[in-house]
Design a binder for this molecule. Structure first.
Ligand SMILES: Cc1ncc(COP(=O)(O)O)c(C=O)c1O
Length: 385
């Protein structure tokens, strides 16, 4: 199938299907541009595989089996040059439970966990839920307006009781793709302070900047591999979060055992459709993914030029990956920016749970016309204020 056959210009009505994204707002006129869930149908190749699984008619307990295991291993080798082994792999019904369980598995009560903010909210709540202390180190900006890990601040903040660093790579919400040398430096930092590195790479196949390339953290060298827990899923890239299929890769046997002991009896199995969707995404989804990236690149350009032209008080820094734009809205001088835009018909993520109030996150993974409608509403809201 050629890329032009894929539909990125419309999306079926999602109301009435229990969509978290679309059913959040009581007012049906609010256009939801918040949670990381795209308004696109998934790849037809994936729909066909799910249909075939449905046609089988038997939906018993399903264990990890050859099809999804081989699909994931081939994908890691082909797309990221990472020769992972089946024994390192553990399928999971989601990465959020995995992040929480990592805090339990690898730290003791009152020990601390470090992460770089702003960041995906569960990174900030997981340590607290587990009664571990959270050390937040803000990302810093360089002269070219690029977000970086602030190694100086990390050295100053790390403590003898720090056990984990949770990394988002590529980074949600700032959209930064970390270079190899930066990840190596992070590995050295973790080694110096004996930290386990939780590397959440769920956004690694959503890089639309042609100059940027993803490096799987654990693939960089043996020493990093020995202390890294890699978390991945096809769910963001192929818009399958409702299928609940993700996986961890842990090379170090001891860490793997610790993780398994913590999750057993607690975490549910992945269901048969999750496995089928995951295998189909990695085996047959590449043409769709490439077409998606073109759409995201185009939407990103639309967003950038619209904000620069119509809402120049919003600071929107260059990004390389994801469909989640991080907007610094301090210049708008709004008391509650998310609430303000919601009242004017646009549902955005509030920055506070990411660790930065006065910021908003906008999901541009939707048909361009829908994005433009949301942006027009935002501009009108500011004009009529
Ligand atoms: C960095 C990151 N990790 C994990 C998730 C969610 O993972 P899951 O749906 O598998 O729990 C998201 C969703 O947006 C995310 O951005």
């Amino acid at each position: 199938m050629s890329t032009i056959d894929y539909n990125f210009t419309s999306c079926p009505d999602r109301r009435g299907y229990g969509s978290l994204k679309w059913e959040k707002y009581a007012d049906p006129e609010v256009l939801p541009l918040w949670v990381a869930d795209m308004d696109f149908e998934t790849a037809p190749e994936i729909v066909a595989a799910l249909q075939a699984r449905l046609d089988h008619g038997v939906f018993g307990y399903t264990i990890p089996h050859a099809e999804p295991i081989e699909a994931v291993l081939h994908y890691l080798e082909r797309a990221h040059g990472y020769p992972a082994k089946a024994g390192w792999l553990n399928f999971l019904p989601g990465l959020v439970p995995a992040i929480n369980l990592c805090c339990h598995a690898f730290t003791k009560p009152n020990e601390s966990v470090m992460t770089a903010t702003p960041v995906y909210p569960p990174f900030l709540t997981a340590p607290d839920y587990a009664k571990r202390e959270l050390i937040r180190v803000p990302l810093c900006l360089d002269a070219s307006d690029q977000w970086n890990l602030d190694f100086e601040a990390m050295e100053a903040a790390v403590r003898p009781d720090t056990r984990l660093f949770i990394l988002c790579s590529p980074h949600n919400p700032v959209g930064r793709v970390f270079r190899r040398d930066e990840l190596e430096a992070l590995g050295e930092f973790c080694e110096r302070h004996d930290l386990i590195l939780i590397s959440d790479e769920i956004h690694c196949d959503l890089i639309f900047d042609a100059e940027a390339e993803h490096s799987v953290t654990a693939s960089l060298n043996e020493s990093i591999a020995a202390r890294t827990v890699t978390l991945m899923a096809p769910s963001k890239t192929y818009n399958l979060p409702g299928l609940a299929c993700a996986f961890s890769i842990i090379e170090n046997r001891e860490l793997r055992q610790q993780f398994h002991q913590t999750i057993r009896g607690i975490i549910t199995e992945v269901n048969c459709f999750g496995y089928a969707g995951c295998a189909a995404a990695y085996n047959h989804g590449e043409a769709w993914r490439l077409a998606l990236l073109e759409t995201l690149r185009d939407n990103y350009k639309t967003l950038r030029s619209f904000l620069a032209r119509e809402l120049p008080q919003i600071v929107f820094r260059p990004m390389q990956a994801t469909y989640l734009a991080w907007l610094d809205v301090r210049g708008l001088k709004l008391d509650q920016p998310a609430r303000f835009f919601e009242q004017h018909g646009v549902g955005l993520s509030c920055g506070e749970p990411f660790g930065e109030p006065e910021h908003l996150r906008l999901n541009f993974g939707c048909p361009k016309a829908r994005l433009e409608e949301g942006l027009e509403r935002m501009a009108r809201a500011m004009q009529n204020r």
